[in-house]
Design a binder for this molecule. Sequence first.
Ligand SMILES: [Zn+2]
Length: 436
Amino acid sequence: MASKKYDLVIKDGRVIDPALGFGKEAHVFVKNGRIVKIQKDSAAVARDLKSLDNDQLIDAAGKIVVPGLIDIHVHLREPGGEAKETIETGCRAAAAGGFTSVCCMPNTTPRIDNQETVKFVQDRAASADARVYVVGAITKNIEGKELSEIGDLVKIGAVAVTDDGNYVQNPEIMRRALEYARMFDIPVMQHAEDQFLCAGGVMNESFQSSRLGIKGAPAVAEEIAVTRDIALCQVTGGRLHIQHVTTRGAVEAIRKAKLAGINVTAEVTPHHLVLTDEEIGKEFNTNLRVNPPLRTAADRDAVIEGLIDGTIDCIASDHAPHAEQDKDCEFDMAPPGMIGLETTVGLIKTYLIDKGYLSWADAVRKMTSNPARILGLPGGNLAMDSPADITIIDPEKKWTVRADRFQSRSKNSAFIGYKLSGRVFKTIMGGRIVFG
Ligand SMILES: [Zn+2]
C-alpha cells in the first residue's frame, strides 16, 4: 500500500505562531507526527485536501491554531498524592486545557530530589497525554538545608530546580544553588515568599484581612524575597526565575533588574491576574486560599501591567490539586492551592484578551515560546519538521466552568460557575489527538 501523503490536516484555521511571526489563515499539514507544511489555500492545496479521508481532516474554520501550550508550573502530585492527582489524570487535564507540555514541581512524596524519583516520573509520563518535564528540588527533601545533587538531576533530565512551596530562606544556600545551576545552564525557580514574614498568614495582609480577622501574609514578604534573589542572581551570574509574581513591588523590582541586564525571568498565574483578596470575604471559599495569596486590586493591576510590558515573561497555572475533603474546612485550615490547567485559556481570553490587555499573539507567546525559552524546552512554535504539538482554540465559545467536567482528579477551582469565553477545541501532541 502506498504511504499516505499526510496523516492529518488542520484546515482553514487562523494560524498564530508568535515565534515565527505567523498570523494568518492557513492549513497545517502533519505527517509521521511532525509538521510538514503550513500553506495558504491554493488550487494545489485544494487537490491535496481532496485526496484525504474525512477522518484525516480537522475543520478549524473560525478557530485559532497555535503551538501546543506549555505550562511550566504544575503539581502532578505523583508519587505520594495519588488521591489528589496522578501523572495520568494531570496530563489529561493538561490536554483538556490545551497544554501539550507541562513542568512538574518536586514537592511530591518522596520529593523529586534524586535521580530515581525523576526517572519514576519520566517513566509514568511516557504514555501520558502531555509531555512532562521534571523540575528537581534545590535542596534535599525541600528542607532548605543541604543542596540536592543538582548535576545528577540535570544529567537524568531535570530542566530546572525549585523548592516550590517553600522559599529557600538561607541566602548562602540560594547563592550556591545559582552557582551550581549556572554550570548546567538551567534556571533556579524560586517561590519567593520570606517564610518568617509569612508565618501563619493565610491571605494577603491588608484591609481585607483585618476586616475578616484572618492572619495575613504581607506583600513585603514577596518583595524582600525577590529583591534578595535578584541581588544573588547578579553576583553569581546565574539564571533566576521568579514563580507566581503577585505584588506591585515585586513587578517593579523585576522590571528594574531586567533593565540592568540581570538574568531574571518571571511568571504569573491566571488566578492572580483575575482575582483579588476582596473575593475571600464573600463566601470564604477555601479554593481562594493560595500561596502566594490573592492580593489587592492595585497589585493585580500591576501584574497585568508587568505582563503587558514583558516584565513578566509567561503565564503558568500553578495547578495545585487538593482532594475535596482537604478543602472542606475553615478557610485558615485549608491547604493552599487551586487547579488551573483547564481554565487558563478561558480566563486569559475573557479577562485579558477581551478586555484589551493582550492580543492573541501576546497571550500565545506567553504560553508557548517564552516558557520554552526560559527552560530550554523543545516546542513552543510550529517550525517545519518539529513534533506536531498543536492547540486549536474556539475563541468565541461561551461556556460555564463545571466541577463535573474537569479531567483533573481534583475539583478545587475558585472559578466553578464562572462564565467564560474561549475554549480549547482540540489538542494534538506529536500528531495524536489527545483532546477533543
Ligand atoms: Zn509556589
